[in-house]
Design a protein around this ligand. Structure first.
Ligand code: GAR
Length: 221
């Protein structure tokens, strides 16, 4: 990234792309100083591809069904991302398990959003699992991606109360509104140099942050 040129992002999606839209909107508002160089999907039918096209962003599809192994898919995906010379890779509802072939080259500049308060509920059906467990709060985590599924070091979390009568859908609706706030914020911290993944963990403004990430309630705004 050079002075005066906006940082370049690749955003990887598999579906609806509401987090992609949050990035488009955060860039338009000036809250995120970046440009989206490309949106890549593993799913040719991902609705988010249309959002990208509507915003004038180039799209690519690398269909995982065209590859016989995860590693072969990841190699093709990594090559495509590298061809765009991006500063940061954003997984925004990208529903593929990634191997070291993809994860290693982007260490420290590969982020994911996961709809739970990690380390609780890695994997799928997070809201249903939170409701079944009788949890009184749920939320979302933005984290660096490492080789452990949904297990990389958290950057920021936002919590919501579980309400009486909540269904997985009503809870998901409340949580995703928070995703749309904290994910572009974490990207901005990284791009402006405030946030780093170090050997000792995640640092914000040179200070190690808590193991579960910064609590969004505590962020000055
Ligand atoms: C989001 O809730 C995101 O947290 C989740 O997929 C949804 C994508 O929504 N990601 C994961 O579960 C990753 N493990 P979107 O396509 O509208 O952004």
């Amino acid at each position: 990234m050079s002075a005066g040129t906006p940082a370049r992002l690749a955003i990887l999606i598999s579906g609806r792309g509401s987090n992609l839209q949050a990035f488009i909107d955060a860039i338009a508002s000036g809250a995120l100083e970046a440009q989206i160089s490309v949106v890549i999907s593993n799913n040719p039918d991902a609705a988010g591809l249309q959002r990208a096209t509507a915003a004038g962003i180039p799209t690519r599809c690398i269909n995982h069904r065209d590859y016989t192994t995860r590693e072969a898919f990841d190699a093709a995906l990594a090559a495509e991302v590298q061809s765009w010379e991006v500063d940061l890779v954003i997984l925004a509802g990208f529903m593929r398990i990634l191997t070291p072939v993809f994860v290693q080259p982007f260490r420290g500049r590969l982020l994911n959003v996961h709809p739970s308060l990690l380390p609780k509920y890695p994997g799928l059906n997070t809201h249903q699992r939170a409701l079944e467990a009788g949890d009184r709060e749920a939320g979302v985590t933005v984290h660096f991606v490492t080789l452990e599924l949904d297990g990389g070091p958290p950057i920021i979390q936002s919590r919501v109360a579980v309400m009486p009568g909540d269904t997985p859908q009503t809870l998901a609706d409340r949580v995703i509104a928070r995703e749309h706030i904290i994910y572009p914020l974490a990207a901005q911290w990284l791009l402006c140099g405030r946030l780093q993944l170090t050997d000792k963990g995640v640092c914000l403004d040179g200070q190690a942050i808590p193991a579960t990430g910064i609590d969004y309630q505590q962020v000055d705004r």
